[in-house]
Design a protein around this ligand. Sequence first.
Ligand code: UT7
Length: 335
Amino acid sequence: MKRQSFISGVGYNLPDKIMRNEELSNYMDTSDEWISERSGIKERRVVEKLKESGVGPAELSIPAVQNALDRANLNKEDIDLIIFSTAMPDYFLPGSGCLLQEKMGFPMIGALDIRVQCAGFIYGLSVADQFIKSGTYDNVLLVCSEVQSTTIDYSNRGRDVAVLFGDGAGAVVVSATSESKGILSHHLHSEGKYAKELWIETPSAQMYPRLTNELVDEGRHHLKMNGREVFKQAVKRFPEVILECLNHNNIDAEEIDLFLPHQANIRINNMVQKKLGLRDDQVFNNIQKYGNTTSATIPILLGEAYESGRIKEGNLVLMAAFGSGFTWGASLMRW
Ligand code: UT7
């Protein structure tokens, strides 16, 4: 039987602190009505903001990783490689994967950080899949963790972005199997001409010094987005890459048991669902509770789908994401 890779364990973790739309309207000119109508978001989770030694993505991911290991029935010693996806690394360097290796006491295995923003889970899964299918490794840990609230401009200047993003982490263990299940295909894309439509400009290696008081005063260290352009491209690229994936696997949209889309805006997801002709029972969203947690959205969805019994053995699961870069992609798997 052919060597396949499958998700043997999934976990997620969210900070305890809930920031509701109403709270945001204390800091900027916005309202629950505007945020709910334009994005579907009601609340998001945020870490405590401290001047020093707060919670970064490596720390935030620990319970998610432990959960994924327990569900996979594996110990830290069984893991062959850590892939850490984050758009918001603890430090410019070294990578958050190395920090996690030390914090959780993993053996001295490889730790590979990937920076593909919202598409991080899809890209990371494709890397894990290659290591497993080639026979190089048996168990790869894929972690997606984002602490974004510390880069947000919680003032009128940043209100278009501030209301959308939240903190969160998800993790999966990708393992080898000889059964006929698991990851079927990946479809990855990028279009760097849109790099500045969703970006954090500084600190930048192109500047000397990389960060100045002036840059901070101008707010150029905050996450910035051209929302309309991102929206326009997202509703075009999602259906495109999903159809590419379905055609590659010779599958009709109606055969999908569960679609787990990236959670950036409920309006985007509703438009994609409509374009593909998917029924409500085929699509799972949770943006209402967590906002956009960038690469963590899909593993958090997967964790909730697993816990609620919404995902069952043999189910055909489609996942797709689009974000900064622009980068986007889709994956299909048999659970
Ligand atoms: O995961 C990465 C991918 N990210 C995305 O996919 C996000 C894509 N973009 C979006 O989700 C939407 O574009 C937004 C939710 C960001 C914005 O929704 P929109 O319907 O495109 O609104 P808009 O940008 O066209 O703004 C409409 C109005 C503007 O005022 P004027 O110019 O019409 O007077 C904004 O200044 O809403 C104003 N506005 C706000 N009002 C209240 C912008 N942000 C806010 C706010 N509260 N937070």
